[in-house]
Design a protein around this ligand. Structure first.
Ligand code: GLN
Length: 535
């Protein structure tokens, strides 16, 4: 078993997760089986209770684990099968250690960061290796070198590498080489200092991934190599990509990163065959057509709040040979100016998931606009609930129809609390989570798109469609095209006679991949393209 540990230096947001995932893509293309995991130094037990302002989107796995969005990159870039064991926070580590202490498992010893916390961390690396049967385990350490919180993780991987033999583990450090405009130069000092910090802890990186806006010339590479004590071949340039994050694996391949990793770990493989990937990139960056859609949300200014939704839209663009320009519309702006002002120029309206009352009315207006003007609509989780509330109010005349989440006293609770949620008081990990089965109605648009009868999609919600209203909806061409296999829970809805009005209680965005666009997204973009063409 071989291990790669990835750390980050200088600043956050360098795309460490993307780099780890891209390395995974390359190693898989060499025929190796990889497993990826992320360690996060913060004290939350998982990111499930964190606001998108703090942490971007919460990425949900099949087993219902609420994880860091980097795991989304891992799944989109590789075939690594991820579960709750692929994301570990300091909070989880301490919780485990303290539970053991309370049970008396430490037999009266003083419980300490070293060895008890570090042992717990090391155990997770070993376990993932054993459970996955992978050739290579890639472990990304979140945060930035020098953070107090990250120290136990760095100590743990240092020990781990020593114990598993230095031929079996390498350290990759992702660092930043800033361009100082006034000097007209790239600067290596932050990288030198970041590496010095790592070496203080006892970790000497084998490879440096240098994130940069400008090409790093040979002189600069030599300087970094010499001052950071990393062989010249190990100084890898990772320049900002022009078009798409899916170019990163190809860029690292050009820098011979996968070759070097295999050499250092003594892995003999054939060169990486990236032809499928190159094909995907071509479709994403040199498309024939163009279409513009709107994503209506309340965290629209945040780059990462709807990460997987934006990625899924890109994949769907690729599948339709089409560039998708996403216009991010703040639902509160729609409340202020009306839907037409913001949506007139768009060929599709997408309402993603969300919690809390703010901006809800703007989303309802957006759904109404799409329904009444035959503009393609895709609703995801909250976006389905919105579509149902809108239909109840404006097509069925049920005045004041709402979700019990936002208006507990509404006369028409179209969306109500799931039975299983009635007595839940804890916030973390208590929603209806993870993969849930859904049976599709034959003859529906959903069945046509998925091209199978039964599907599973990932979930993260507390509320659901209230079955008391089903017949009323059905009488007006509203189709319940997917339900849980026992028929009780509404999973997918659509509108008869509309070019594309599709909404799901699930989060299909979590299962879309660049090489395999999700059918609901692909159908949405196809319909949007159709509308744009006809204009
Ligand atoms: N707030 C809604 C619920 O809990 C929708 C959740 C979501 O969009 N993820 O049911």
């Amino acid at each position: 078993m071989k291990y790669i540990f990835l750390t980050g230096g200088v600043v956050s947001s360098l795309g460490k997760g993307l780099t780890a995932a891209s390395l995974g893509t390359l190693l898989e293309a060499r025929g190796l089986k990889v497993a990826l995991q992320k360690f996060d130094p913060y004290l939350n037990v998982d990111p499930g209770t964190m606001s998108p302002f703090q942490h971007g989107e919460v990425y949900v796995l099949d087993d219902g684990a609420e994880t860091d969005l980097d795991l989304g990159h891992y799944e989109r870039f590789t075939h690594s099968e991820l579960t709750q064991f692929n994301n570990l926070t300091s909070g989880r580590v301490y919780l485990t250690v303290l539970e053991k202490e309370r049970r008396g498992d430490y037999l009266g010893k003083t419980v300490q960061v070293i060895p008890h916390v570090t042992d717990e961390i090391k155990k997770r690396v070993t376990e993932l290796g054993e459970q996955s049967g992978a050739d290579v385990v890639i472990t990304e350490i979140g945060g930035t070198t020098g953070d107090i919180e990250g120290l136990p993780f760095l100590e743990a991987i240092r020990e781990f590498a020593l114990e598993c033999g230095r031929d079996n583990a390498i350290f990759v450090h992702v660092t930043y080489v800033p361009y100082i405009k006034a000097a007209g130069e790239l600067k290596t000092k932050p990288t030198q200092q970041s590496v010095a910090k790592l070496r203080e802890i006892g970790i000497a990186p084998d490879i440096l991934i240098c994130r940069t806006e400008k090409p790093i010339d040979d002189e600069m590479r030599k300087k970094i190599s010499l001052f950071c004590n990393v062989p010249l071949a190990g100084v890898i340039e990772e320049i900002d990509v022009d078009h798409s994050i899916y170019e990163v694996p190809l860029m690292l391949q050009r820098e011979k990163m996968d070759e070097l990793v295999c050499q250092e770990l003594g892995l003999e493989t054939s060169p990486a065959d990236m032809s499928d990937w190159e094909e995907v990139i071509k479709r994403i960056i040199q498309p024939k057509y163009k279409v513009r859609i709107g994503v209506i949300g309340k965290y629209i200014d945040l780059q990462d709040a709807y990460k997987s939704v934006y990625e899924a839209v890109t994949h769907a663009g690729g599948a339709n040979d089409c560039a998708v320009e996403v216009v991010r519309v703040d639902s509160e702006d729609i409340e202020r100016d009306g839907a037409v002002a913001h949506l007139r120029e768009l060929s599709g309206v997408l309402v993603p998931g969300g919690f809390g009352e703010r901006g809800i009315e703007g989303k309802i207006l957006a759904a109404q606009y799409a329904r009444e003007n035959n503009v393609p609509y895709l609703g995801l989780c909250l976006g389905m609930q919105i579509a149902c509330i809108e239909f109840a109010r404006h097509a069925l005349g049920l005045e004041g129809a709402h979700s019990a989440e936002f208006a507990p006293k509404t006369p028409h609770p179209i969306i109500a609390l799931l039975d299983e949620q009635q007595n839940v008081t804890e916030m973390g990990g208590t929603m209806r989570l993870g993969a849930q089965a859904c049976r599709l109605k034959s003859g529906s648009k959903a069945a046509e798109l998925y091209a199978v009868e039964e599907i599973t999609e990932r979930h993260r919600h507390r509320y659901e469609f209230n079955n008391v209203y089903r017949e009323k909806f059905e009488a007006k061409d509203f189709v319940f095209s997917g339900t849980s296999p026992n028929g009780n829970l509404v999973e997918l809805v659509e509108l008869k006679g509309h070019p594309y009005y599709m909404a799901t209680q699930a989060h299909p965005e979590f299962k879309s991949k660049p090489v395999q666009a999700h059918p609901l997204f692909a159908g949405f973009i196809k319909a949007a393209l159709h509308l744009a063409d006809g204009k």
